[in-house]
Ligand binder design. Structure first.
Ligand code: HEM
Length: 222
């Protein structure tokens, strides 16, 4: 199910609803579970970061909850997929947008093709987190219960460790960019994901096609 049809302009305030309450709960549920897995995972990765496990209740507690919260994180991403997968499909416009991404970095949205509800960068992040979560769980399973790996297949464990770390690093790279974009680069985004609402100017600037669709205006000739 796509939530695109749930968004609506508010006649009273002139603002536009970008994220419904359910979408925001879903986002923060997923975000918090990811942060827990990230902190405990980093603690297992390096002795210099072990203090993170101490802060979170100790090594044994972190080892117990890390895989469980990993499953919950994957459930969060699948929940997101249920709501957003149609909004996240890559289009020809997205490919043109990616070709000119340097204008986005220079904050010149006016030089880019108009975007629907999510831009190509947001879509790439979304797919990275979804497939990253799947790979993390698949590889993490062998680290969770290594005693079930038969002796003849002992090579599975180091391979699982390597792939688990690669998947983790890929999601961390995407996550750092996500935080930077959401918190610092695009003012108004944090308000969107916390209150659900954005101004018309914000919607028109960053997601013109979406703005025109939810306000019922005719699409532009590009
Ligand atoms: C915990 C710290 C996090 C913060 C501060 C944060 C911040 C934000 C913000 C500000 C937005 C709104 C962007 C917009 O509408 O233009 C957003 C949307 C979104 N967030 Fe997060 N987020 C966090 C964690 C995560 C995690 C762990 C995921 C992993 C699945 C995630 C996935 C998404 C997705 C798919 C969207 C919609 C598209 C996009 O903006 O990328 N977020 N987030």
């Amino acid at each position: 199910m796509s939530a695109a049809s749930d968004v609506r302009p508010s006649g009273a305030t002139g603002e536009i609803e970008r994220y419904t309450f359910r979408e925001r709960v879903m986002h923060w549920f997923t975000g918090i579970t990811y942060l827990y897995c990230l902190a405990t995972g980093l603690a297992f990765y390096s002795p210099h970061l072990y203090w993170l496990a101490s802060v979170l209740g100790g090594g044994a507690t972190s080892r117990f909850w890390h895989p469980i919260l990993g499953v919950v994180f994957l459930m969060g991403t699948l929940w997101m997929n249920n709501f957003w997968h149609r909004d996240m499909e890559m289009t020809e416009t997205d490919r043109r947008w990616l070709d000119r991404v340097e204008h986005y970095m220079a904050n010149r949205d006016d030089l880019l093709p108009s975007q629907e509800r999510f831009n190509a960068g947001q879509k790439l992040f979304y797919w990275l987190m979804l497939y990253g979560a799947l790979l993390l769980l698949l590889t993490g399973f062998f680290l969770w219960v290594p005693e079930y790996i038969p002796r003849q297949a002992a090579w599975v464990r180091p391979l699982a460790v390597l792939l688990h770390e690669i998947a983790a690093l890929a999601t961390i790279g995407g996550f750092i960019i996500h935080i930077y974009m959401g918190v610092f680069f695009v003012p108004g985004s944090m308000t969107a994901i916390t209150t659900g609402w954005v101004s018309r100017a914000w919607a028109r600037t960053h997601h013109r096609l979406w703005y025109l669709r939810v306000t019922g205006s005719p699409p532009p000739q590009e």
